[in-house]
Design a protein around this ligand. Structure first.
Ligand code: SF4
Ligand code: MG
Length: 336
């Protein structure tokens, strides 16, 4: 069967005063119903832009989008604002990083949660409020009948994120996009929110795209992983495969900068040396080559001239041979 969401050769470019930014540069992925895809990368890797584009929330004036985004067989790249508006909140919904900026301080939590429901179903205020109470209960807010009339500032950070989840699920969307949903929360609340998302996914059957810079977060709830660098996908596979035997030097870097649960909290992390490239003028060949330790294993100038492709299915966009990917990881990276 066809995947529920299929993105093919997506390119997203912005024109800025300084030139054209290639925010997404030839990205393809699929997502099945009821599954979770984790998209991981540093900021500026194109992961948020990709998802804003799927939702049609990019600025059409300064953005050029080419390629294909098929949601349940419907093409979204050329879709009208009206079509996208109908889909948003209803068939697809988004949870943003910071609920405090996404929620208005001037309206009650309940009214804001009910809004997409009232808009897409034509329900009245009373029905909207009842539905909001039901959703607050589902996301684990105590005394939902009272709290529904609270304002966002009366909620804790974790409760606000729960309220955002309630709002995004109120129309039972087929696709839920969560952009760094737990970044602003402390570790305990993070874990609770991730558990909640997972439970609600079982109940609602939504496909989820979880965008994060944190491999630890993604490994808790995602089925598949897509690692992005400089607007491109550099590695893909099941979470298990990618965490157990990562194949791309950038993924190795992400893994070694992950705090290890078993080790001393004070153990210094090893962040990836160097900085993400400018997308105004991305490096030639493999965009990771200025930060990579291994171009000499590939030989010659291949890494800086020849752009590696990402194979369909499990794999990494890197010129190292399969044997090199395995042995370098096991001998040099894993023991660090
Ligand atoms: Fe490093 Fe070359 Fe592989 Fe790019 S293609 S990740 S530069 S070894
Ligand atoms: Mg982002």
């Amino acid at each position: 069967s066809d995947p529920f969401l299929s993105v093919r050769d997506l390119h997203v470019r912005f024109s800025t005063e300084d030139g054209i930014v290639k925010a997404v540069d030839g990205l393809s992925f699929d997502l099945e119903r009821g599954k979770t895809l984790g998209i991981v990368g540093e900021s500026g890797s194109g992961k948020s832009v990709t998802n804003l584009t799927v939702l049609g929330l990019h600025n059409p004036m300064s953005t050029t989008v080419t390629g294909e985004i098929l949601l349940d067989g419907q093409e979204l790249t050329g879709a009208s604002n009206r079509t996208l508006e109908k889909l948003r909140g209803n068939k697809m919904a988004m949870i943003f990083q910071d609920p405090l900026t996404a929620l208005s301080p001037y309206y009650t939590v309940g009214r804001q949660i009910a809004e997409p429901f009232m808009k897409h179903t034509g329900a009245n205020k009373r029905e909207g409020r009842a539905k909001a109470v039901e959703m607050l209960e589902k996301v684990g807010i105590p005394q939902p009948k009272t709290r529904v009339d609270d304002y966002p500032h009366q909620f804790s950070g974790g409760m606000r994120q729960r309220a955002m989840i309630a709002m995004s699920l109120i129309c039972n969307p087929d696709l839920l996009i969560a952009d760094e949903p737990t970044t602003a929360l402390d570790v305990t609340v993070q874990a609770q929110i991730l558990d909640l998302l997972k439970d609600l996914q079982q109940e609602f059957g939504s496909a989820i795209i979880l965008i994060t810079h944190d491999l630890g977060v993604v490994s808790k709830i995602a089925d598949d992983l897509l690692v992005m660098y400089a607007g491109r996908a550099v590695e893909r596979g099941s979470v298990r495969e990618v965490i157990k035997s990562p194949q791309h030097p950038y993924t190795w870097g992400l893994l070694s900068s992950m705090p290890r649960l078993s080790s001393d909290v004070n153990e210094p992390l090893s962040p990836i040396p160097g900085t993400p490239p400018s997308l105004l003028n991305p490096p030639s060949g493999c965009a990771f080559h200025p930060r990579c330790e291994f171009p000499e294993l590939v030989g010659g100038t291949r890494c800086s001239t020849d752009r590696p492709g990402l194979p369909a299915g499990r794999g990494a966009a890197c010129h190292l041979t399969a044997e090199q990917k395995q042995s370098v990881f096991i001998e040099k990276i894993q023991p660090r």
